[in-house]
Design a protein around this ligand. Structure first.
Ligand code: SF4
Length: 535
């Protein structure tokens, strides 16, 4: 077993908790030792949920292990039913309780509760959180919708003329990365096409909703890591049309609209002709120095990582230098996607490997999870979060979807701004010796000469030598005076620097070259000078 401080995913019973917590009237009885209740904090602290997850723990202690822990479980399940009156119950064991082999499923069955009880077999030492969520949702869907399944091979009856197509959105959970806002965005988008969303599950669904998931015409697994398995079963069992495109980014949203409109027999050309998003124009209008060719490293769950790489390369003009996932179940899809960018996918759940890769590739932007946010911070690289694992700031009060056309706007803002800030920061370090830009200079909009410099700022004032004109004769005596010339590509690179600081960059680079006896300034010299003055 590998011990680590951080992990991308929790154990599978945390995945099961995410499903139970998303639902309205389903309770989860978890055989777990005292201490495992920490998982509640994930929901109330990080997601700011107003109520505790619907989970009852048996909370056995060390001294209980010599006695009858099976009885403890039965009592907990009986009490949970009496107290919470759920419409369905999930039962299972946490990692530690799995070792005492009490069989929660069999024990719950012996109680003969008057509601459906779904026993979860979640092997904690082999599987992780997303798999646990997927398995839980699949088992629950089979248990509740299964009794309503038509005979195998039955075809869906044609819709009455004038009746709008109905679709289910599957996969959003509690503690999901922007799931709440994604659902709102996609419901709005589908309404504009002429499609009704019948059930969103598990987020906000009841046990009765799950039981009638087979009624809709179309089934959309918005988060394939969580809903792919259940959606495939529903589509096959109830002859529903499966729409597989995940609408993240302008291109994918267009494809999603076209695919689901075709499934509903509708024409979406008006919506596609008049997309309500500013992202494409904004990405064209931004100074290409900010975006074009920026080297970006992408890591996250498989769906978000694949989508992010596509948007980065095709919609923003970045160069994808790294792509990876911790979702081992989707390794094949991520490897295929990586081939599109001529790179090899990084499939790992060891954040140290990811950190080493970021250090090796030295990207200019990291698009990753909260783990990569920490990694990027340590390495001084701008970063935007694109995927779970989540942090409290991934549940903003404002509306902030990742999916659909508004999601594309949000992605543009979130990914481009760190780069702009990065540029500003490098200018600040490069020109901090300049009379206009040094740390003590007051803001220009507050009027010339108004400085907020600390009392000792005089000591930090640029020395005359720094501002003095370049004295070419200061070059090494043996080599004689050197007048460095600019290579064409370096001159071109220089032009990418904003005009208001370009003169300073030119002078600094020339001084740097003279001091080192460099006769021809190349792009490399320009960046060496930048690094030198940025220290
Ligand atoms: S991202 Fe937030 S929750 Fe995760 S380790 Fe950092 S501080 Fe803790």
């Amino acid at each position: 077993m590998q011990l680590t401080v951080w992990t991308y995913e929790g154990p599978p019973h945390v995945g099961a908790m995410r499903i139970a917590t998303a639902l309205e009237d389903v309770h989860y009885v978890l055989h777990a030792p005292q201490g495992d209740t920490y998982a509640d904090l994930l929901f109330t602290m990080i997601e700011r949920r107003a109520k505790r997850p619907p989970v009852t723990y048996t909370t056995f202690q060390a001294r209980d292990l010599g006695g009858d822990t099976a009885d403890l479980f039965k009592a907990a399940a009986r009490d949970a039913f009496a107290r919470f009156q759920p419409k369905a119950m999930l039962v299972g064991a946490s990692c530690t309780a799995e070792l005492i082999q009490d069989d929660p499923g069999g024990l719950a069955k012996a109680l003969a509760l008057p509601i459906p009880v779904v026993a979860l077999e979640l092997p904690s030492y082999q599987k992780k959180e997303n798999w646990g969520a997927s398995e839980t949702f699949y088992r629950l869907v089979r248990a509740l919708a299964g009794p309503h399944a038509p005979a195998p091979g039955t075809k869906r009856a044609a819709r009455e003329p004038g009746v709008r197509a109905r679709c289910n959105l599957l996969g959003p959970t509690a503690l999901g990365f922007r799931h709440r806002d994604d659902v709102a965005e996609i419901v709005k988008l589908l309404d504009s096409i002429g499609i009704d969303v019948d059930i969103v599950a598990p987020l906000g669904a009841t046990a009765a909703d799950i039981a009638r998931l087979g009624e809709a015409d179309i089934c959309v697994p918005l988060y394939p890591e969580i809903a792919g398995q259940a959606a495939a079963w529903l589509a096959k069992t109830f002859d529903q049309t499966l729409v597989r495109t995940v609408p993240i980014g302008v291109g994918a949203t267009r494809e999603f609209v076209a695919e689901i409109a075709a499934a509903a027999g509708l024409d979406a050309s008006a919506i596609l002709a008049d997309m309500p998003t500013r992202a494409p124009w904004y990405s064209k209008s931004v100074d290409s120095n900010y975006l074009t060719g920026k080297r970006v490293f992408v890591f996250g769950d498989a769906t978000h990582a694949i989508a992010a790489a596509r948007i980065a390369a095709r919609e923003l003009g970045f160069t994808v230098v790294g792509l990876g996932t911790y979702s081992r179940e989707f390794a094949r899809e991520v490897r295929e996607a990586a081939k599109l960018y001529g790179i090899e996918a990084l499939i790992t759940d060891d954040y140290l490997e990811v950190e080493a890769k970021v250090a090796e590739l030295q990207p200019e932007l990291v698009l990753g999870t909260q783990m990569e946010r920490h990694i990027a911070k340590r390495q001084g690289v701008p970063c935007a979060v694109i995927s779970a694992p989540v942090h409290v700031q991934d549940f903003p009060a404002r509306y902030s979807p990742q999916m659909g056309f508004e999601g594309a706007n949000v992605l543009f803002d979130t990914w481009v701004h760190p780069l702009m800030m990065g540029l500003e920061e490098h200018l600040l370090t490069m020109f901090r010796g300049d009379f206009e830009f040094h740390d003590g200079a007051g803001s220009s909009h507050l009027g010339a000469g108004k400085s907020h410099a600390p009392a000792n700022a005089a000591a930090e004032k640029p020395t005359p030598a720094q501002d003095a004109p370049i004295v070419v004769a200061a070059a090494p005596a043996a080599a004689g005076p050197i007048v460095p010339v600019w290579a064409a590509d370096a001159e071109k690179e220089l032009k990418k620097i904003p005009f208001f600081v370009r003169g300073k960059a030119r002078r600094n680079t020339e001084r740097f070259s003279v001091e080192r006896g460099v006769a021809v300034i190349t792009v490399e010299t320009l960046y060496d000078a930048k690094a030198h003055f940025g220290r």
